[in-house]
Design a protein around this ligand. Structure first.
Ligand code: FDA
Length: 308
């Protein structure tokens, strides 16, 4: 109930105004967001890399309804990739892109605009020797995003995508994408979805996550197990071992600011661990989804607004 209220608020312009206007919000946002500028994101990346972690960087933004802003987002990614290269970090960090931030929702040619824009980002990533992963947004965009993935992979076979275990369709999508060279980031799913397309019960989502992990680990691709759930992590590690996978043939991924000690523990145990690091001014939607995931986060947020 609370989760769905928070996820509705995540898309409300009025509530966004209230949350953003409160000067104390920033202290809580800073727990989940690396900063407003690419310079800050690069600093966080360098620190995580020194600790043996890998990074994927997200220039925050989504649901763009303006072609100029979509273009600005492409340029922000291109500059970021160049900065990563100059900082000597392109072998440790890749980028994650939301297709709605690069024009997927623009009418009438959103899908084509997003494909062309994503292609420009992939060209810049290829030039510095790193990769791109497509984030997955609400279920109305899944088919479009997977079509874009397939088009991009013709020229950039290393492009990855997120699949969300809460969708009924995802176990089959995992089987379809568990092929050689394919990179799939498996998460549980962060949007408010109807029962017609998504499991509503946490245990059902977890069971689906295990079935999807099984399909990915049994396949020939590179599974990216994106979860903070200790049970899912233990099951994935056991499946990787059962399938004789070496440490470089899969990885664990977590969000910046969530379970940082566990991130370091997994890396110290010899696993590849990648941290998803968001930065930029457009933090509202991302931040509200993080609050929705955990009631304790909402309490933490409200307390920080009430106490100075
Ligand atoms: P679950 O929600 O069951 O949490 C397990 C435990 O993790 C909790 O008990 C708590 O200890 C900790 N935890 C989880 N969330 C927390 C939070 N916000 N604050 C503090 N502790 C928390 N989703 C999507 O729809 N599209 C996408 O493209 C992506 N991309 C993505 C990339 C990466 C690298 C990750 C890790 C996650 C995503 N997600 C996503 C988000 C994902 O769908 C999901 O909402 C969150 O990861 C939370 O789910 P868990 O698997 O962690 O399990």
């Amino acid at each position: 109930m609370l989760r769905s209220v928070m996820l509705t608020a995540a898309r409300s312009g009025a509530i966004r105004g209230l949350v953003e206007a409160n000067p104390l919000t920033r202290t809580v946002v800073d727990r989940f967001v690396a900063g407003s500028e690419s310079r800050e994101a690069i600093g966080v990346t360098a620190r995580l890399a020194e600790e043996g972690l890998h990074v994927t960087l997200d220039h925050l933004g989504e649901d763009t309804t303006d072609a100029t802003r979509a273009d600005d987002t492409v340029r922000a990614y291109q500059e970021l990739l160049s900065e990563l290269h100059h900082a000597g970090l392109a072998d440790r960090a890749e980028v994650s892109v939301k297709l709605s931030a690069v024009g997927q929702q623009l009418s009438p040619d959103g899908e084509k605009i997003a494909l062309d824009n994503a292609r420009r980002i992939c060209e810049s990533a290829a030039a510095v020797g790193t990769t791109v992963t497509l984030d997955m947004e609400d279920h109305t965009t899944t088919d479009m995003t997977l079509r874009t993935l397939s088009d991009l992979r013709v020229d950039f076979p290393w492009v990855g995508a997120v699949l969300q275990a809460y969708l009924h369709r995802t176990e089959q999508d995992c089987r379809d994408l568990a092929t050689a060279g394919s990179r799939v980031r498996l998460c549980k799913g962060a949007y408010s979805e109807p029962a017609s397309v998504a499991f509503q019960d946490k245990q059902e989502v977890d069971r689906s996550y295990v079935r999807c992990t099984r399909a990915l680990m049994a396949g020939e691709g590179h599974p990216m197990i994106a979860t903070h759930d200790p049970r899912m992590i233990a099951i994935a590690a056991e499946l990787a071992e059962r399938h004789g996978r070496g440490a470089d043939s899969y990885e664990f991924q977590m969000l910046y600011g969530i379970r940082p000690a566990e991130q370091r523990r997994l890396a110290a145990a010899g696993h590849n661990l990648r941290v998803y690091v968001p930065y930029g001014e457009e933090w509202y939607g991302y931040f509200m989804r993080r609050l929705a995931e955990r009631p304790a986060n909402i309490g933490f947020f409200l307390r920080s607004l009430l106490t100075r």
